[in-house]
Design a protein around this ligand. Structure first.
Ligand code: COS
Length: 384
């Protein structure tokens, strides 16, 4: 749902200009330094990009899902690392609070997340628990009006920059499954919390992730999200349902950029006396990419609109994440192929995107987890 087409058009045009004039020219610098330049982060803050999805009453723009998808598509025509720095505040790093936080928790943290003063991060995965998120072992033991948290969280996006973590830990030591998990807001400055060295990844340089290590970290009981124990896994799943539509949109945005690069190369590059884009075998790669991109964009917008209409979209979100993240992998592969040897060189944007987009099939649930979620939902709906 687009609430006010006129002002939304202005927002998208502003984002597109920012991407074209400010972000794309700095992509190589980001890849070389593995960081987003401070002046760019400051501009993002001023533009309100950290609070796109945070409700207006807490200082954000309160975008609907359809608006968020269109904004994400516009933003991710630049290297995905740019989107990553504000991605957690608009997604997994704030949604737990937005969905299930108490009013006091929302008042305390959401305005600072919306302004970008604070970076929010989401800590679910552990060394021994990835796809099987319900088996996590980080423990939170109640001690008076505090919990004492011990454990390690792994591959946590924006951990080096984060001011707060939405962190899932086991409050019921007797349980082994999702039922004993609670969600906490843990502040970075809490004694006993430390951050590992930034991970060295295949791609997405500039989007940092790291371990979060908790050694006897004392967190006030009032920081249990929603104030109720045992609801943390459900909070995490609700967060991921929404975030998966966003990753689908991000995949679409990246695919648009990658295909633009391939198309331009097919026009400029001449072999056998003509632009390679005149050859039917190259045209087939362009056409397949365009078709799949259109399909992914259409389904992502459909899921977003359904969500805005109040439908439960667990299955549709997983369908979009699965299809769009696989689609952008194929598009990136063909773009490298169209570039030939030039596409294998680090100077080319498609080489970098080829590595960057590989992550979309892995995080926020692998393709195989999406298949599992889709099939489970199909069976559940059929049995009703
Ligand atoms: N929304 C709300 N509640 C949900 C839910 C959703 N989308 N999905 C599951 N739940 C609830 C279930 O209803 C169940 O509650 P009840 O016991 O009251 O019925 C509870 O959560 C446990 O669900 P389930 O039994 O399906 O959990 P599983 O342990 O089988 O795990 C998967 C389900 C595999 C789907 C889940 O662990 C998952 O998504 N794993 C991937 C994690 C991931 O994406 N990690 C990426 C890192 S985070 S960036």
């Amino acid at each position: 749902m687009i609430r006010d087409p006129e002002s939304f058009k202005l927002l998208i045009e502003t984002i597109e200009r920012f991407v074209r004039e400010r972000l794309i020219p700095r992509e190589e610098e980001v890849a070389d330094t593995d960081a987003i330049p401070a002046d760019i982060v400051e501009e993002m803050r001023r533009m309100g990009l950290f609070g796109l999805t945070i409700p207006e009453e807490y200082g954000g723009l309160g975008l609907t899902m359809e608006e968020e998808v269109l904004a994400a598509i516009a933003l991710t025509r630049a290297a995905p690392a740019f989107r990553s720095i504000m991605g957690t505040n608009n997604g997994i790093g704030s949604l737990g609070l937005v969905f299930d936080g108490t009013e006091a928790q929302k008042q305390k943290y959401l305005p600072r997340l919306a302004s970008g003063e604070l970076i929010g991060s989401f800590a679910l995965t552990e060394p021994g628990s990835g796809s099987d998120a319900g088996s996590l072992t980080t423990s939170a033991r109640r001690n008076g009006d505090h919990y004492v948290i011990n454990g390690t969280k792994r591959y946590i996006t924006n951990a080096p920059q984060a001011g707060i973590f939405t962190l899932m830990a086991r409050t019921d030591a007797q349980s082994k499954d999702a039922s004993g998990v609670s969600a906490f807001i843990v502040e970075r400055a809490t004694p006993g919390l430390s951050i590992g060295k930034p991970d060295r990844k295949m791609g997405q340089r500039g989007a940092q992730s790291a371990d979060v290590i908790l050694e006897n970290v004392r967190v006030p009981a009032e920081n249990v999200i929603g104030g109720v124990e045992g609801m943390g896994f459900k909070t995490a799943m609700k967060v991921l349902d929404k975030a998966r539509i966003n990753i689908a949109a991000v995949s679409v945005g990246a695919a648009i950029r990658i295909l633009d690069e391939a198309l331009q190369y097919a026009i400029d590059r001449r072999q056998f006396g003509q632009p390679i884009g005149e050859f039917q075998l190259v045209q087939a790669m362009l056409a397949d990419s365009q078709t799949e991109l259109y399909a992914a964009r259409s389904m992502t917008l459909d899921a977003a609109r359904r969500r805005d209409d109040g439908e439960s979209v667990t299955m549709e979100a997983a369908c979009c994440k699965l299809y769009a993240s696989e689609m952008v992998g194929r598009v990136a592969d063909r773009a490298v192929q169209i570039h030939g040897g030039a596409g294998y060189m680090q100077a080319s944007a498609v080489e970098r995107f080829y590595r960057d987009v590989r992550l979309f099939r892995l995080y926020e649930g692998t393709s195989q987890i999406q298949q599992l979620v889709i099939a489970r939902q199909m069976l559940r709906r059929a049995r009703r």
